[in-house]
Structure formats: structure tokens, C-alpha cells
Design a protein around this ligand. Structure first.
Ligand SMILES: [Fe+2]
Ligand SMILES: [Fe+2]
Length: 186
């Protein structure tokens, strides 16, 4: 007999990950205020934030959304407005990815002494700080509940098993102290 975890759903996992991303965004917000006040960036902070967004928020979290959840919905005969919503969310993931790339390139320019780089760093940070909460709200409030509408219980269980398998590389463990690491940077 196979036992399945009680009260855990794939969407529940995704929503818990949203809470973790929000915590990091809150720290970034404080950091942006400090950057504005002190007129200097902290490259070490930016590196940790970039690594978190790339690995946890994008590879692991957006990865599960795109490669498992959205894929499963796409296989169903879903309404056009829901397909369009998936396309919008995926396009937003891409924009997030591009901004992180831009933040990294700008940080490199800053390290080389480029005087205009600080403003660009602030713009990228501001963009990410504004982006994540609105993207998360779209998913949490307007999209995630659809899984019950389109996927039967067996399909939901399969999705959960795949989500649990997706992160078997210890990503959760690696990022559990992320806030402490970000706050330690002077
Ligand atoms: Fe997303
Ligand atoms: Fe998400």
C-alpha cells in the first residue's frame, strides 16, 4: 500500500515558496533604502540575492510552475483565458530572469568603478522588489485555485510527487538560512 502525505498539495508547496521569496524581497527592500541613504552598493549582498533568485525562485520555483504545474494544465482542455494567463506568467518569469542578468552585469560595472552603475543597480533592485509581490499575488489569488478545477485527485497526487522529486538536490536545505546570510552582509 502506498501512503501519501496528508494535507500537502503541489500548490501548497508553491505557495510556501512564495512566502520565502517574499521574505527575501522584504530584506532587499530594506537594503535598497540603505543603498539610497549611503550611496553605495554591497556587491556581496547582491551576489547572495542573485543566487537566491536564480536558484530558488527561478530554477526551483518557476521550474516547478512551468515544467510541472503549467504543463499539466496545458495538457488539459483549459479555457483560452487561462492559457493566456499561463503565457503571461511565463513571460513575467522571463522578464525576472533578464532583470537578474542585468543586475549581475551592472554589479560587475560597479566593481570596475563605473559611476553610473549605482543608479542602474538601484533600478534593477526596485524592479525586482515591485515585480515579485505582484507576480505572486496573481498566482496565489487568481490562478493557483484552478488546479482543482482542471486536475482530478490522481493527477494532483502525481503533480505533488513530481514537485517533491524536483527538489531532491537539497535546494530547500541550502536556502533555509538565506535571510540570516543576507542580513550579515555589511
Ligand atoms: Fe510564477
Ligand atoms: Fe510562483
Amino acid at each position: 500500500m502506498t501512503y501519501k502525505p496528508i494535507d500537502i498539495t503541489a500548490v501548497g508547496i508553491l505557495m510556501l515558496e512564495h512566502r520565502q521569496i517574499e521574505r527575501v524581497i522584504e530584506v532587499m527592500k530594506t537594503e535598497l533604502e540603505i543603498t539610497n541613504k549611503e550611496a553605495r552598493a554591497k556587491p556581496e549582498f547582491i551576489d547572495i540575492a542573485i543566487d537566491f533568485i536564480r536558484t530558488y525562485a527561478d530554477k526551483s520555483h518557476h521550474g516547478k510552475e512551468e515544467q510541472i504545474f503549467f504543463r499539466d494544465l496545458y495538457k488539459k482542455n483549459i479555457a483560452k483565458k487561462h492559457k493566456d494567463y499561463i503565457d503571461l506568467l511565463v513571460a513575467e518569469h522571463k522578464q525576472g530572469r533578464e532583470t537578474v542578468g542585468q543586475l549581475e552585469a551592472t554589479k560587475e560595472k560597479y566593481l570596475k568603478g563605473d559611476s553610473g552603475a549605482l543608479n542602474e543597480i538601484k533600478e534593477c533592485m526596485k524592479w525586482l522588489i515591485d515585480f515579485y509581490p505582484q507576480h505572486i499575488e496573481k498566482e496565489d489569488k487568481h490562478f493557483f485555485a484552478l488546479y482543482r478545477e482542471y486536475l482530478n485527485e490522481e493527477e494532483q497526487d502525481k503533480m505533488l510527487a513530481e514537485c517533491l522529486e524536483f527538489d531532491s538536490t537539497g535546494i530547500r536545505e541550502k536556502y533555509k538560512d538565506i535571510i540570516a546570510r543576507l542580513k550579515k552582509v555589511k
